[in-house]
Design a protein around this ligand. Structure first.
Ligand code: FBP
Ligand code: MG
Ligand code: MG
Length: 347
């Protein structure tokens, strides 16, 4: 039998007190996700998990029963752990957990809420940060740290099996839930994201709302072998970012949720602190990349707890190519005149 998550982190932490705090926090969150996995697997037998509970913390997204229950379960899993504050997509402000503790946690308890009732993969995304010195840890300002300050980040995906992917800043590890034992087991110690993959994920229905340069990049992909990329691409859109991230962790590719002109989307859709930061750490620690189109996500410093950000992540050279399109002249200048401004969908 392969090593459990706790055994692995025990070996990593040794006698270092901060690492032991990270270990205790991550294993607690992992047990919370194992409980959510069981609930998700019961589906409608567990009640009306997709029933609406009103609007979420930023007064915009519909909040579902499972969003609320997952949030309660994860907060509950941290009781008595070395975590001073817990911030969630589901609550406007952070809440206290263990006063004086060295860590703070930010979480998207349930990513892909629109898929709950359709039995499509959903997940949980989390970020563990140090409690900053000289700032009230139970405040929004405690979370205004760059993504590189994260001590640990990861996600669970509730798919046909439940996977748990984690980085503590030394590579990315892939665990799978052993349901009989109720624990996660290591299946891959060093994830390396393939650099070559001909798959992209974007919500194509927003095509007309994008920036021209982004649209040009996608239109070039759509032209396949006949266009400037000279290769055919396949498209995926699960509408659970965490499931797209997992596919990219396993076999490469690129995910884009850009800003667009719709009201409420001018800064993108995904949240910086508890969606983009943790996924960006996992990408970089697997040899891939994550940007907002210009700046590496991990270099950004948040100004609001529920701040949104345009998010592009995946195989490094693909992410760099998008940045060239967006910031030009690079990629665009290099394109043969033949391909001018005639995308398939804009011809
Ligand atoms: O419905 P859209 O606009 O395609 O958005 C899908 C995106 O929204 C999200 O579901 C947002 O996350 P939540 O479900 O946590 O709100 C992403 O996971 C996903 O990629
Ligand atoms: Mg989400
Ligand atoms: Mg969510």
């Amino acid at each position: 039998m392969s090593e459990t998550l706790d055994e692995y982190l025990g070996r990593w932490a040794g006698t270092d007190p901060l690492r032991q705090a990270v270990r205790a926090t991550v294993t607690a969150l992992a047990s919370g996700t194992a409980a959510i996995a069981a609930l998700v697997a019961d589906g409608p037998l567990a009640g009306e998990l997709a029933a609406s509970r009103g609007v979420g913390a930023d007064g915009w997204d519909d909040q579902k029963e499972l969003d609320v229950r997952a949030d309660e379960m994860l907060l509950g899993s941290l009781a008595g752990k070395p975590v001073a504050a817990y911030a969630s997509e589901e609550a406007e402000l952070p809440v206290p957990v263990t006063p004086g503790a060295p860590l703070i946690v930010a979480i998207d308890p349930l990513d892909g809420s629109s898929n709950i009732d359709t039995d499509v993969t959903i997940g949980t995304i989390f970020s563990v940060l140090p409690a900053p010195e000289g700032v009230d840890p139970v405040s929004e300002a405690a979370y205004f740290q760059p993504g590189r300050a994260q001590l640990a980040a990861g996600y669970a995906v509730y798919g046909p099996h439940t996977a748990f992917v984690l980085s503590v800043g030394e590579g990315t590890m892939h665990f799978v839930l052993d349901r009989a034992a109720g624990t996660y087991r290591l299946v891959k110690e060093r994830v390396t994201i393939p650099t070559v993959a001909r798959e992209f994920a974007i919500n194509m229905s927003n095509h007309r709302h994008w920036d021209d340069r982004l649209r040009l990049y996608i239109d070039d992909l759509l032209q396949g072998k006949d266009g400037p990329r000279e290769a055919d691409y396949n498209m995926r859109w699960i509408a659970s970012m965490v499931a797209e991230a997992h596919r990219i962790i396993i076999r490469g590719g690129i995910y884009l949720y850009p800003a667009d002109t719709r009201a409420g989307y001018t800064q993108g859709r995904l949240r910086l602190i508890y969606e983009a930061f943790p996924i960006a750490l996992l990408m970089e620690q697997s040899g891939a990349a994550a940007t907002d189109g210009r700046t590496p996500i991990l270099d950004l410093v948040p100004e609001r707890l529920h701040q949104r950000v345009p998010l592009i992540f995946g195989s490094r050279e693909k992410v760099e190519r998008v940045s060239n399109y967006l910031t030009g002249p690079g990629e665009i200048a290099e394109r043969a005149p033949l391909f001018g401004r005639r995308g398939l969908l804009t011809a």
